[in-house]
Design a protein around this ligand. Structure first.
Ligand code: GLC
Length: 564
């Protein structure tokens, strides 16, 4: 059986899609996300750190990435794993020192790897000096004006100013005690109560973030991943808003959420664009903006704004060829239409790892995480097979791609973390109803036989590592030509050799709906997301996501073919 159709097969569809060419490195880069807590731990305390990262950068050079993005390592009480920043211009002692950062940066640059750091401008930690000053100051004071303080509703101000729900569960408002101990105003926090939102209408806040950008640019970073880049401006008057029952809490699917994607955010990024443009070396801004379509996401990367935006519509697409075809086509139209590269991403520290997500037994009502009692569970084996195929497709696509640490080892989501070990604020703020994101954050394995699989020398680990992870350890996979690591290495080296990041792209016609077939530069990519084998067109197999014999491409498999 073949699902290839007979009529004029394998010809490119009319009109190839552009790749937004340009010389800047970020247009085509493969960027590897390091989650510092879970990458490598030099001092054995169970939490990864900057010297640990430095010691392992060689492995990333071998993998062939162009850049790394580091999730936050700045001073933080770690209520949201560092996304609650108390001092934007210093390193938290659990991760090291500014000197360790400089050493890491120099080592990365020496290896030809660029470095992007995470910037969290929507909110600070409640331990930030400014928030502490706001608490000590009176309502209406300049100190309070840096955050969003409001009087409560109700006779005595006992009700929150509006009905907004936090992304992590519960209300977006908490009430403070005024300095004289009377119950007082409320402050807004889209996330945890320890993450008060800045008021971005404040000129002081704007000036402070210009200073923070320059602080890191002066140290030599190549850019920033901007956290919650669609949340900084809230709708005038803070009107009530009730999200759709099955809505995406980060705003992925509703058009007019008063705290997501408000038009006023764009002038902030135009301003930052200017700050970066004053530096040499093509420094870049990448938006974490959860928006429903590539068209909407492209608004963040117009020529005078950011340079890249995560393509979450792509990341959230299931392993289904028609849906993938649509989102890829839309992306290769929408981003280049504003002069930006398309970006591609399948996993990060907020979503279920794609080696599990692509083969769940059903939708996950738990939102961003799964645990032992979730009604939906990953189908063992199938997820990894699909993930390898999906990554083989993704790394052929023109534009820039993001990898999340451990996906190159084929790591699955860790489902059975004991309740007592869970740390994501989502778990606590939903009274254990949502498991949250710990399952994708477990420290990664380096050496099968070492303590904590080589994460450190003591065996300590802030989240427990599963017993089966020895088989995913980098040293084991490096020796195995069929491993996921070997697959990723080949994908990255052929991607570079064939210049796919900047190559023209065209769909091939003549395949069934279940098949993704396209030509990018001089490479043909065929991916079978259906249930029947697919006959391959001419061309030698450069890379295959799974081994197979002959010319019939098995299900859940993708190949790169050399042009015949
Ligand atoms: C972003 C981060 C996420 C964090 C949230 C609040 O979505 O990726 O990890 O919890 O912002 O800062």
């Amino acid at each position: 059986m073949t699902s290839t159709q007979d009529a004029s097969p394998h010809v490119p569809a009319a009109g190839s899609l552009a790749a937004a060419p340009g010389p800047e490195w970020w247009r085509t880069a493969v960027i590897y996300q390091i989650y510092p807590r879970s990458f490598a731990d030099s001092n054995g305390d169970g939490l990864g750190d900057l010297p640990g990262i430095t010691s392992r950068l060689g492995a990333l050079a071998e993998l062939g990435v162009d850049a790394i993005w580091l999730s936050p390592f700045m001073v933080s009480p770690q209520n949201d794993a560092g996304y609650d920043v108390a001092d934007y211009c210093d390193v938290d002692p659990i991760f090291g020192t500014l000197g360790d950062f400089d050493a890491m940066l120099a080592t990365a640059h020496g290896l030809g790897i660029r470095v992007i750091v995470d910037l969290v401008p929507n909110h600070s930690s409640d331990q930030h000096r400014w928030f502490q000053e706001a608490l000590a100051a009176a309502p209406g004071s300049p100190e309070r004006a840096r955050y969003i303080f409001r009087d409560g509703r109700g006779e005595h101000g006992e009700l929150p100013p509006n009905n907004w729900e936090s992304v992590f569960g519960g209300p977006q408002w908490d009430r403070v005690s005024e300095p004289d101990s009377t119950p007082g105003q409320w402050y807004l926090h889209i996330f945890d109560s320890s993450q008060p939102d800045f008021d971005w209408t404040s000129p002081e806040v704007r000036e402070e973030f210009r200073r923070i950008l320059r602080f890191w640019l002066d140290r030599g970073v190549d850019g920033f991943r901007v956290d919650v880049a669609h949340g900084l401006i809230k709708k005038e008057g803070l009107p009530d808003y009730t999200p759709p029952a099955d809505g995406d809490s980060m705003g992925g699917d509703d058009d007019d959420v008063p705290y997501w994607g408000q038009p006023g955010v764009h002038e902030i990024y135009r301003d930052w664009h200017e700050v970066l443009a004053a530096y040499d070396g093509d420094r870049a801004l990448c938006a974490e903006a959860w928006l429903p379509t590539p068209d909407k996401t492209a608004l963040w990367v117009r020529p005078d704004e950011m340079h890249q935006a995560f393509n979450f519509p792509y990341a959230m697409t299931d392993w289904e060829a028609p849906a993938l075809r649509e989102v890829i086509t839309e992306s290769l139209r929408a981003f280049p239409a504003v002069g930006a590269p398309a970006t591609w991403v399948l996993s990060n520290h907020d979503v279920i790892r794609h080696a599990s997500r692509l083969a769940l037994t059903g939708e996950s009502p738990q939102g961003e995480g799964i645990g032992p009692l979730s009604p939906t569970q990953p189908i063992p084996g199938l997820g990894l097979r699909r993930a390898r195929a999906a990554s083989t497709v993704m790394l052929a696509l023109p534009g820039s791609a993001y990898l999340y640490q451990g996906e190159e080892l084929g790591l699955p989501e860790v489902v059975d973390i004991p309740d007592a070990a869970r740390q994501d604020p989502t778990w606590f703020r939903t009274n254990h109803e949502k498991y949250g994101r710990d399952g994708c954050r477990v420290p990664i394995p380096w050496e099968a036989a070492a303590p904590a699989y080589g994460f450190n020398e003591t065996g300590a680990s802030w989240l427990p590592q599963p017993a089966e992870w020895a088989e995913h350890a980098r040293d084991v996979e490096a020796r195995d030509p069929r491993s996921t690591l070997s697959l990723y290495r080949r994908l990255l080296s052929e991607r570079r050799a064939h210049g796919l990041g900047a190559a023209p792209f065209a769909w091939l016609e003549g395949y069934s709906d279940d098949v993704l077939a396209f030509r990018v530069g001089d490479v043909t990519v065929i991916a079978n997301a259906g249930s029947a084998p697919v006959e391959l067109p001419a061309g030698g197999i450069l890379i295959s996501s799974e081994p197979f014999e002959g010319r019939m491409l098995p299900t859940d498999t993708a190949v790169w073919l050399a042009r015949d």
